[in-house]
Design a binder for this molecule. Structure first.
Ligand code: LLP
Length: 426
């Protein structure tokens, strides 16, 4: 009999007394590769992608994986092989896409601060589109393209001024945010773009935030973008593609975001109703493709009971899992081999880094002993890609599980590797 998967984690399940990912016991992987260790399920990533593909069946669509969510080469390779393009935000990300075998023609370049060097690199690679975020950037991109004798394909990122109802640090579509061009300036900016010889207008773009768990903000943004498309086309400028960004949330705790296929079935009906259903659509999902495909395994080092709090000190820390420290984010923490007879105590689960902000979970009921292994869930997105070497901690190893096959996609970084590029004084 197959064990039921943990809610929101299609390939993660307890089989007997063992937590398994795609049927592989995680404790054995922790034993073999050490901890902290990120483990990703290939099937979970492809299943998340398939939900989008299913919602878009029969339409013209390009899914551009927002690689900032998890930029490990093997993960990029997996999505490239599945037909995805990529949403990048730096020249470094472009280099990664190319190293992973991604198609530059399917790359879109977002971000408010592209440098001239990054623009040149992207133009020479032949990327699909620049999502331009300011009027000043438009002028610079025009100059750089003319210097190279090229025309840059552009889309203007509009700020639709809608509230994505998410954490303020990851909300991007409100007037006070640094992203995109204000709704009121959009038509004038398109007219300017269309007049510049180094540019070729190809699309329009918006992205209103991340970890969105409701349909309404998407609906509002789409209405506002379509109003703009109507006005821009009435001025004689053709918009080939409509890019609605990323942002769909996942279940970390008890959130119930819409499924990707249900979301897009509803949004495509809205596009159809306004006569835009036949346009080429682009989207830039990140978190929803990888977040719940990954876990981070960690070992309990010490239990430290206290008058006010009990601490469970583990070997993973804020440098490996920065989301709790940065956003007070919740990640479920579960044992790899539960102790049904053990006494459950209330713990703050914390790491070894010398900061009070170095916590992974607060007030968790756990029956654990030193040496036990835990899994921090929903850590496929914005964990390894945001990891640092703070406290000279080497980056954790990363594994990709594909049924019975396991691939070490990034070996653990040694202390020597963390300072290999530094120089001593003469
Ligand atoms: N497109 C653009 C232009 C973006 O800025 C982002 C994310 C995405 C797409 C992908 O959004 P997603 O589908 O992943 O929600 N570090 C934060 C999240 C930052 C998101 C930044 N932009 C976190 O850990 O929650």
């Amino acid at each position: 009999m197959t064990a039921p998967a943990l809610p929101g984690h299609p390939h993660l399940a307890y089989q007997g007394a063992e937590l398994c990912l795609e049927g592989q016991p995680l404790a054995a992987l922790a034993q073999e590769y050490g901890t902290p260790l990120y483990v990703y399920s290939k099937a979970a990533m492809l299943q998340a992608l398939a939900a989008y593909q299913c919602g878009f069946a029969g339409r013209q669509v390009q899914i551009c994986y927002a690689m900032k969510a998890n930029s490990s080469l093997a993960v990029l390779q997996l999505f490239a092989r599945a037909g995805c393009g990529f949403d990048i935000v730096s020249g470094g990300e472009l280099a990664r896409v190319l190293a992973a075998g991604g198609d530059p023609a399917k790359v879109i370049f977002s971000g408010v601060g592209k440098t001239r060097a990054e623009m040149r690199q992207a133009l020479q690679a032949g990327i699909g589109c620049f999502n331009v975020e300011s009027e000043a950037e438009l002028e610079v991109l025009n100059q750089v393209a003319l210097e190279l004798g090229l025309r840059a394909p552009v889309s203007i990122r509009v700020n639709p001024n809608v509230d994505a109802k998410t954490h303020p640090y990851i909300s991007t579509g409100l007037k006070g945010n640094k992203f995109g061009i204000a709704h009121e300036r959009t038509l004038a900016t398109y007219q300017r773009a269309a007049s510049l010889p180094g540019l070729r207008v190809v699309g329009i773009d918006c992205h209103i935030g991340s970890q969105i768990t409701e349909l309404a903000p998407y609906r509002d943004a789409i209405e506002r973008v379509l109003d703009l498309v109507q006005a821009i086309e009435a001025a004689g400028i053709t918009i080939e593609h409509l890019d609605f960004g990323g942002g769909l949330g996942i279940t970390y705790h008890d959130e119930q975001p819409p499924a990707a296929d249900a979301l897009w079935t509803a949004l495509l009906a809205q596009l159809d109703a306004r006569g835009y259903g036949g346009r080429k659509i682009m989207i830039e999902p990140g978190r929803s493709l990888v977040g719940n495909a990954g876990v981070c395994l960690t070992e309990v080092l010490y239990l430290k009971p206290g008058e006010q709090k009990n601490f469970c000190i583990v070997d993973a820390a804020m440098n490996d899992l920065p989301r709790p420290a940065m956003y007070e984010a919740y990640h479920a923490i579960v044992p790899l081999q539960p102790r049904p007879e053990g006494v459950r105590c209330l713990y703050d689960v914390v790491g070894p880094v010398c900061e009070s902000g170095d916590w992974l979970g607060r007030e968790r009921h756990l029956a654990v002993q030193p040496g036990d292994k835990l899994a921090v869930l929903s850590t496929g997105a914005y964990c390894a890609s945001m990891a640092s070497n703070y406290n000279t901690r080497g980056r954790a190893a990363e594994l990709l599980v594909d049924g019975a096959q396991t691939t070490l996609i990034r070996p653990r970084e040694s202390a020597a590797q963390t300072f290999a590029h530094e120089r001593l004084l003469p």
